[in-house]
Design a protein around this ligand. Structure first.
Ligand SMILES: Cc1cc2nc3c(=O)[nH]c(=O)nc-3n(C[C@H](O)[C@H](O)[C@H](O)COP(=O)(O)OP(=O)(O)OC[C@H]3O[C@@H](n4cnc5c(N)ncnc54)[C@H](O)[C@@H]3O)c2cc1C
Ligand code: SF4
Length: 326
């Protein structure tokens, strides 16, 4: 690992300034992704700004919304009684991610900003436009079985690995950010980016911007929810593909629906057209099959990931059936 300076500010403004003014400085929270990248020589910051002394770990149970601090641990959020009652989909997605030990270190902000698990990104001997812009994409003609079927470009076909973010995009969360230019809020759906010509940029955060919290508005999705994660072994593995499903059902008719997929695009993939197709229909397998068809419109596979074109609709149907039965 390269040598680096390490600072632990107690004020958000000092942390923001330290990163905004120095192109080689970066925030560190739980360190479960960043330290890994540093050990492998993929991230080479010269200054680590540890944000763990900032007061950003609270979970506020406000009327109408939950406000979850950026430093709240994944395990603390998943175990929080009000999160489980008001946003059970989020708790399910969090508990599907990583291992109990990792969830005890990983923070909400860090989880959203974890980098792709594309194996070419992790292999310094291979070309990767995300790691080294302009070097090419090893996955495009390589082993691309984990890769995207939506929203990719010829520069990058990687997927975003966070489980929590799939639930947050479905739940219409908002990200609260403070930076050199002040505070702003970013709708979760606009937080992560598609690769386009600049796959090195995972999100729309600007240099020095610190995530302070995530707001989740209350909704009717307190009962009929499910997070279905398909992975190669039962635990401790990233998703091949995942589906967050939430339904509001009255007299077997769907009044509202939320649907998002993970492991299929460079960002958590919200399925708004499929959601609309569900509303007003009976909560039956036929309805769910139609929604899955709508969801898959525009999907395109590469040499090794065509299985996702079948796996995705089947997982959507299964997730909706399980949510409806909950
Ligand atoms: C073996 C293994 C298995 C895993 N499996 C899964 C899985 O199945 N599902 C899943 O979702 N995740 C999984 N993870 C990933 C894990 O969830 C992430 O590593 C973790 O959430 C990152 O959080 P952190 O606080 O440790 O972030 P860090 O590593 O500290 O930081 C990650 C990035 O976020 C930035 N950052 C952190 N906080 C802020 C902030 N508040 N504002 C601005 N920038 C910030 C840092 O600068 C850094 O760039 C796994 C990880 C490992 C090692
Ligand atoms: S898919 Fe993206 S992350 Fe993977 S090698 Fe290509 S450019 Fe790099």
């Amino acid at each position: 690992m390269n040598q680096f300076q390490y600072v632990r500010p107690t004020k958000a403004q000092a942390a923001i300034e330290a990163v905004a003014k120095d192109a080689n400085a970066t925030f560190i929270a739980g360190g479960t992704n960043l330290v890994d990248l540093m050990k492998r020589g993929i991230a080479t910051p010269q200054k680590l700004v540890d944000i763990n002394r900032l007061p950003l770990a609270r979970i506020d149970h406000d009327p109408g919304k939950l406000r979850i601090g950026a430093l709240a641990l994944n395990s603390a959020v998943a175990d929080d009684k009000q999160v489980r009652e008001r946003q059970p989909l989020l708790a399910l997605a969090l508990n599907a991610g990583a291992s109990a030990q990792l969830r005890n270190m990983a923070t909400v902000g860090g989880n959203m900003l974890q980098r792709t698990r594309c194996s070419y990104f992790y292999d310094l001997t291979m070309p990767c436009n995300k790691r080294e812009p302009g070097s090419g994409c090893g996955a495009l003609e390589g082993i691309n079985r984990m890769h995207a079927i939506f929203g990719f470009s010829d520069k990058c076909i990687a997927v975003h690995p966070s489980d929590m973010s799939v639930a947050l995009v479905a739940l219409d969360a908002t990200v609260l950010v403070t930076g050199p230019k002040g505070e702003r809020t970013i709708p979760f759906a606009d937080f992560h980016r598609l690769p386009g010509d600049t796959p090195e940029k995972d999100t729309n955060l600007e240099r020095g911007e610190l995530i302070t919290a995530v707001d989740i508005p209350d909704g009717p999705f307190t009962k009929h929810v499910h997070y279905q994660k398909v992975r190669e072994r039962a635990s401790y593995a990233f998703a091949l593909l995942s589906v967050a499903a939430a339904l509001d059902i009255e007299n077997n008719t769907i009044k509202a629906a939320r649907l998002a997929m993970g492991g299929v695009a460079h960002k958590p993939w919200r399925l708004t057209a499929a959601e609309q197709s569900l509303v007003g229909k009976p909560a039956t397998e036929a309805t769910f099959r139609q929604a899955a068809e709508v969801a898959m419109q525009g999907a395109k596979a590469f040499k090794h990931n065509a299985y996702k074109l079948k796996l995705a609709p089947n997982t959507i149907i299964q997730a909706l059936k399980t949510a409806a039965a909950a």
